[in-house]
Write a protein that binds this ligand. Structure first.
Ligand SMILES: O=c1ccn([C@H]2C[C@H](O)[C@@H](COP(=O)(O)OP(=O)(O)OP(=O)(O)O)O2)c(=O)[nH]1
Length: 156
């Protein structure tokens, strides 16, 4: 593994046969939170279609972290291309191919070429919970109110 540096976490990545020649996922700018990830295949996503796009890579994320797969806002705005499972969860113990599940909410075919940037990957820490089962929960001002209980969407 290369030296991760103070603000980086090393993540092992394995290139699969059909990933030959593709660039690794990468940050487009120095302040980007997500790494753009490329398609490893040519495919057309027709309106309403869901499709797991191959990336050509498999990962070993360090325990205590996950990768979240998020849509690219430009594709969402211009073409209605997003992820039905956003954010997709890549578990640290997953060793299969990273796939990007896309859906076309637009009204036109969306052709993807191998090498196109289709989504972004955000490395994030995971905090595991341990349940503490109790008979009563404490009282709060909200109580059991939810789902718009504080009012509609107009400004307060
Ligand atoms: O967009 C995604 C989402 C998931 N995965 C892979 C990595 C992840 O670790 C695994 C399982 O994902 P998830 O837990 O979301 O799937 P599940 O439907 O709960 O199935 P499973 O029973 O396999 O956990 O599938 C992807 O490649 N892309």
């Amino acid at each position: 593994m290369p030296d991760a540096g103070p603000d980086r976490v090393g993540v092992q990545i394995k290139r699969l046969a059909h990933g030959e020649g593709l660039a690794l996922p990468s940050y487009a700018t120095s302040g980007a939170a997500g790494m753009d990830v490329l398609s490893a295949e040519d495919v057309t996503i027709t309106p309403g279609m869901r499709y797991p796009v191959e990336t050509g890579f498999a990962l070993a994320i360090p325990q205590g972290y996950e990768i979240q797969v998020r849509p690219r806002s430009g594709l969402a705005l211009k073409h209605g291309i997003t992820l039905p499972n956003t954010p997709g969860t890549i578990d640290s113990d997953y060793r299969g191919e990273l796939k990007i599940l896309l859906i076309n909410h637009g009204d036109a075919d969306f052709p993807i070429a191998r090498g196109d940037r289709i989504a972004q990957l955000v490395l994030a820490p995971v905090t595991l919970a341990v349940w503490g089962e109790v008979g009563e929960l404490d009282d709060t001002a909200r109580g059991s109110g939810g789902f718009g209980s504080t009012g509609g969407h107009a400004g307060l």
